[in-house]
Design a protein around this ligand. Structure first.
Ligand code: ADP
Ligand code: MG
Ligand code: ZN
Length: 633
């Protein structure tokens, strides 16, 4: 990973342990000397008691200190010191039961005392016995903590405040949108944020507040982290990042402190980006029950919510978060004023895959004959991270084979390596399956487009989704709709059955891929009969009531068992009719069905405009569709 310039560090001392240790030793020794003056002189000569008496008689003893177990005395040696006085030596001897010693000493004019052993003051005792060891422990602890952080954090980690939080700060991420291939929709959505960070004042002047937070949602490896960095890089603002999973390992109370630190720092450095990766680990739905560990997560989440509400949106702090499990997020996080902007970061389509391959191939020596389109075609369902990996694996293989450039074959081999990985993950889609999926999706789209009162097709895609869907057709109403006529509901059911109808029409066999369609169609048909009063036989009688609008909209029957049976029959009849209608529409437009399905198979994603363009093109020839039929059978 290449990251940008490091921020100036707050001056954390980097003195080694030995430094503190030396200081401690010096202090202790000084105290010792101070408290025990008796031992200041180093040389004490021990002599017999008789020698002591002799010396007293000779008159060389100048002073005597007498204690219970010894007598220490000073003796003039006769040598002159440089300052002119006699040099004094220290002697000692054992105590002697000598009752006349006092008189003897007096007669020789020797000073005598009992030793003055200074009692260390109470303050000193406390200092030596308590404060110093505690200080020592603290010093060692801090030192160890710092070492640990250094080891965990790597060169780019820096710490703020007292929480020991691992917050990464980069003054320049060095990434731009050019490093992110494809993902045009996500980039477009983020461009406004870049503009805001460039010049927050412009927005403040007009009184506009940008959303405080945006949530990048998508499967792993699609470039969410990369996009967040690119936003900071494009806007040339500092990038603070923290990963949700780090909170989990922490001690109680640390998570909240970390969040507080993060926002404090960000506020000082505004305009800047705060990026919370893997936010689902702290932002999971809160439920009353749960074990102790949950408390910590909840505290962290609450702190995050508080901070998000607390800071001034005009200042230019933008919070980005990434998750691949948006459905598990606590709704409080998604409220307006928090992460109310959701930016989907999807798996790349064939074009996206090709450009991702090209971006990563830039730094690798590639053979001129390498066909990226072919590689992109073979990697349906691969994420950006996996594509980057394919290029790297290819380069490694080239080195293994002793070549100087990466060849097509290297790439194909590494695709296989990675594809084998995919199959484990159930997301590989074979060519045959892709074909069925494209007919299925185009079936939906065609039925929708050929009926009146149907929302226009916005997008059709056969890129597999992590949710398990192999493709989908997106219809977007021009305006928000609250009411639906009976025809519209019926047409919607027909559209839902269009996928299955296309499968049957073209392949004369049906797959499990329509289960979700069937469920939705049944629900709608049922609602027509039991709740919307759209069935001639029952008219305006509510046969079902909705239990709770906000919790899944469960319904319960409110009719007799016989009526329930009739309801079931009516529902079946309705869906069958709709299916028949869809079948008719598709049979009439079979040429278009082939044409668009083939186009979709190639492009993987097509827009509503492209779809309409092909649909409205003059029917080319009947022969072409006949040809297709030959191929499929
Ligand atoms: P996510 O955060 O979504 O799991 P990352 O941003 O960590 O994914 O992506 C991992 C790596 O995959 C990136 O560092 C980059 O090398 C590569 N990558 C993913 N998506 C793209 C993309 N759209 N363009 C270029 N590289 C990509
Ligand atoms: Mg990531
Ligand atoms: Zn379908």
């Amino acid at each position: 990973m290449s990251m940008g310039v490091k921020e100036d560090k707050p001056n954390t001392p980097k003195k080694p342990f030995i430094y503190y240790y030396t200081i401690m030793m010096v202090v202790l020794m000084a105290l010792n000397l101070f408290l025990m003056p008796m031992y200041r002189s180093s040389q004490v000569t021990e002599v017999p008691y008789s020698t002591f008496l002799d010396m007293v008689d000779q008159g060389v003893v100048t002073s005597v200190e007498r204690s219970d177990d010894e007598i220490v005395f000073l003796v003039k040696t006769g040598n002159k010191t440089v300052f002119g006085d006699d040099e004094i030596a220290q002697y000692k001897t054992g105590p002697w039961p000598d009752n006349n010693l006092e008189d003897t000493l007096r007669s020789h004019k020797v000073q005598f005392t009992t030793p003055i052993i200074e009692q260390p003051s109470a303050l000193m005792t406390i200092l030596v016995q308590w404060v110093v060891p505690i200080l020592l422990f603290v010093a060692v602890g801090q030192f160890m903590g710092k070492q640990l952080q250094k080891r965990m954090g790597g060169p780019n980690a820096m710490t703020f405040g007292k929480s020991n939080a691992k917050i990464y700060a980069e003054s320049e991420t060095g990434k731009t949108f050019a490093d992110v291939a494809g993902e045009e929709e996500a980039k477009d959505a983020l461009k406004e944020i870049v503009d805001f960070l460039h010049d927050p004042q412009k927005y403040a002047d007009i009184g506009a507040t940008l959303p405080k937070g945006a949530l990048l949602v998508g499967p792993p490896g699609t470039g969410k982290t990369l996009l967040a960095k690119a936003v900071a890089g494009e806007a040339k603002v500092p990038f603070f990042s923290i990963s949700g999973s780090e909170f989990v390992e922490m001690f109680v109370g640390m998570g909240a402190a970390k969040v507080r630190d993060l926002f404090k720092q960000a506020n000082e450095k505004a305009p800047c980006i705060v990026f919370i990766d893997e936010i689902d680990t702290i932002g999971k739905k809160r439920d009353g029950s749960g074990m102790g560990g949950n408390d910590e997560r909840e505290q962290t989440l609450n702190q995050l919510l508080t901070e998000m509400d607390g800071f001034d949106g005009k200042k230019g702090v933008v919070i980005l978060a990434a998750t691949n499990r948006p459905e598990s997020l606590d709704p409080a996080l998604l409220r307006p004023g928090r992460f109310d902007r959701r930016i989907p970061v999807e798996l790349p389509d064939i074009k996206g895959r090709e450009s991702i391959l090209r971006v990563h191939a830039k730094d690798v020596k590639m053979d001129d004959t390498v066909d990226f389109t072919a590689i992109a075609r073979a990697t349906s369902g691969a994420s950006g991270a996996e594509l980057a990996n394919i290029i790297n694996e290819g380069a490694l293989r080239a080195v293994r084979m002793g070549r100087k450039v990466v060849s097509q074959q290297d790439l194909e081999e590494s695709v296989e390596v990675v594809i084998a990985g995919y199959q484990k993950k159930d997301s590989a889609v074979s060519e045959d399956e892709k074909k069925i999926v494209s007919y299925h999706e185009v079936g939906h789209a065609l039925v929708a487009a050929c009926q009146s009162h149907s929302a226009p097709v916005h997008k059709i895609t056969i890129i597999p989704r992590t949710s398990g869907a192999l493709g989908y057709t997106m219809q977007v109403d021009q305006a928000e709709k609250y009411l639906m006529s009976k025809d519209e509901v019926f047409n919607k059911i027909a559209t839902l059955t269009g996928g299955r109808a296309a499968e049957e029409l073209i392949f004369h066999s049906i797959t499990t891929g329509a289960s979700n369609d069937i469920e939705q169609a049944t629900k709608l048909a049922r609602a027509m009969v039991t709740r919307y009063g759209m069935n001639d036989q029952f008219g305006m009688v509510a046969l079902e009531t909705v239990n709770n609008q906000y919790l899944g909209g469960d319904t319960s029957l409110a009719c007799s068992p016989e009526t329930a049976r009739v309801v079931d029959e009516e529902v079946i009849k309705l869906v069958k009719e709709a299916y028949k209608k869809a079948m008719e529409i598709l049979a009439q437009n079979e040429g278009k069905l082939h044409e668009i399905a083939a186009y979709l198979l190639e492009k993987e994603t097509i827009t509503g405009d492209e779809f309409m363009e092909i649909l409205n093109r003059k029917e080319e020839t009947k022969t072409e569709s006949a040809e297709h039929e030959l191929v499929t059978e």
